[in-house]
Design a protein around this ligand. Structure first.
Ligand code: SME
Length: 163
């Protein structure tokens, strides 16, 4: 049975390196998308400080549909190009939003959210969905979080291919 150890490193890059190792261990040997997404969201949500939502929206060929997550119930469907999640999917770029109130079209699922990071997920060129993390703290996410979350997301995507 996998047991997630609490993070012991001090710096953000070191914390993400530890978390990536834990994520690889947690997803190893399993390719089921729901199982891996659920465990991945739980791992990250409980490991990192100051988060109020962490989870997935998957692309169904038309729009983004909420997947496994930790946090309060969320809006179910998001059109491409709408909100932070839709912007990440449409631009194919990670969105780091220091103040969600200043982001045009931001979709408020939890009124406590103040900042957000969304990483788009691809299998080659094909959009799979997005990995979305919210914080009640203003400007919670920086370039270290962008690099760390992108690396974590790539571990999730690789797990679906059995890698
Ligand atoms: N805030 C997101 C919607 C999803 S919730 O944060 C869980 C957005 O604007 O796309």
């Amino acid at each position: 049975m996998f047991a997630a150890a609490s993070l012991t490193s001090a710096s953000k890059p070191e914390q993400y390196a530890e978390l990536c190792e834990q994520a690889r261990g947690l997803l190893h040997g399993e390719r089921d998308r729901i199982a891996n997404a659920a465990n991945f969201a739980a791992l990250v949500y409980h490991a990192l400080p100051d988060l109020n939502w962490a989870g997935f929206y998957f692309f169904d060929g038309r729009e983004l549909v909420v997947g496994p997550f930790q946090g309060r119930p969320a809006c179910v469907r998001i059109a491409l190009g709408t909100g932070v999640c839709g912007a990440a999917a449409a631009t194919r770029q990670t969105q780091v939003v220091r103040d969600v109130h200043a982001f045009p079209g931001h979709i408020a699922c939890d009124a406590a959210s103040r900042s957000e990071i969304v990483v788009p997920l691809f299998d080659g060129e094909r959009l799979i969905g997005v990995w979305d993390v919210d914080s009640p703290k203003l400007a919670r996410f920086d370039d270290d979080d962008r690099a760390g979350m992108e690396q974590l997301a790539s571990i999730f995507v690789a797990s679906l291919r059995g890698m």
